[in-house]
Design a protein around this ligand. Structure first.
Ligand code: SF4
Ligand code: SF4
Length: 139
């Protein structure tokens, strides 16, 4: 049988009702996967967000991710990078309240929105929310 090993980075979003359950451990116990948690945080809406590198055979990775989806976890591939296109940003602040890590913040007293890529976990909440598409995910 082909041993198609590799690693894959994913963003996992745990809605509040599943955030307290230790389902991530099941990836190792049930599917023999190894994983590195690269970043984790809790959004203002109490949703858990985790960026994880999964290591194991492709088949096992897919089975493990399907298991998480069945448990109510949202699984998305990790974007390589998130960038702000500053000319498109009109500093409305919509993204600031959504960003779970503080990567987007409103500077005082100027009220200009600033983006700090070092704090970004690439969850893409801002990409979905920005009315002018000023936040972009680069794959
Ligand atoms: S939602 Fe878009 S336009 Fe509004 S502050 Fe954020 S990046 Fe700028
Ligand atoms: S993708 Fe956007 S909302 Fe998510 S952490 Fe990065 S800057 Fe914040």
């Amino acid at each position: 049988m082909m041993n198609n090993n590799g690693s894959k980075k994913v963003v996992l979003r745990f809605p509040q009702e599943v955030a307290d359950r230790p389902i991530v451990c099941e990836l190792a116990l049930r599917f023999g996967l190894r994983f590195n948690i690269l970043r984790a945080s809790i959004s203002p809406h109490r949703e858990g967000i985790m960026v994880m590198e999964l290591i194991g055979s492709r088949d096992r990775q897919e089975e493990g991710l399907e298991f998480l989806r069945e448990k109510g976890v949202f699984v998305e591939p990790l974007s390589q990078d998130i960038r702000m296109v500053e000319e498109r940003c009109y500093h409305c602040g919509t993204c600031v309240g959504l960003c779970p890590t503080g990567a987007l913040s409103m500077e005082r007293p100027s009220f200009l929105v600033r983006y700090d890529p070092a704090k970004c976990i690439a969850c893409e909440l801002c990409v979905l929310a920005c009315p002018t598409h000023a936040m972009e995910a680069l794959l």
